[in-house]
Design a protein around this ligand. Structure first.
Ligand code: DQA
Length: 146
């Protein structure tokens, strides 16, 4: 099972962002956790973070050649990027949307996810553990075409 974990804008600054919302874990620490969880589940994971929308989209396109499941946290792009929504729609494998914070109880504009209709599962407001839940979901599902 080959999984892409794709994190978007500002997630590289994790430990510097509001800890009440995002916790104290840095992005490199988060990646280390994800690789550990993946190992336990027997998954092979590639973590990528970018602050560039085009790179996020190019990564999705390139991953279609090798990936069995996808975990995405597009950051603020979640709320308005139809280009990212359309890129995610192209995946023939399962896609899980993850948010560290509970976007459903924050500002009105954050409650909107333009990607929610093209993902198979959503994990919201569970902090870093949300990525583990997403990995477990994908590992259980296996390489299933939507
Ligand atoms: C986020 C929530 C977004 O609203 C925000 O812009 C982020 C992180 C989260 O993981 O909680 O950058 O996706």
């Amino acid at each position: 099972m080959q999984v892409l974990v794709l994190n978007g804008a500002n997630l590289n600054a994790l430990a510097e962002r509001d800890p009440a919302l995002y916790g104290g874990m840095s992005y490199p620490e988060l990646e280390t956790r994800i690789y550990g969880w993946a190992k336990e589940l027997g998954c092979s994971v590639r973590c990528i973070q970018t602050n560039h929308e085009g790179e996020f989209i190019d990564t999705c396109h390139e991953a279609r050649r090798w990936v069995d499941g996808v975990i995405v946290n597009p950051g603020a792009w979640t709320h308005y990027s139809y280009a990212i929504r359309d890129a995610l729609e192209l995946f023939a494998v399962s896609v899980v949307e993850v948010h560290l914070s509970d976007i459903t109880s924050r500002e009105e504009w954050r409650r909107v996810s333009v990607i929610e209709d093209v993902v198979d599962h959503r994990v919201i407001g569970k902090g870093p553990d949300g990525y583990q839940e997403a990995l477990v979901f994908l590992a259980r599902k296996g390489k299933v075409k939507r």
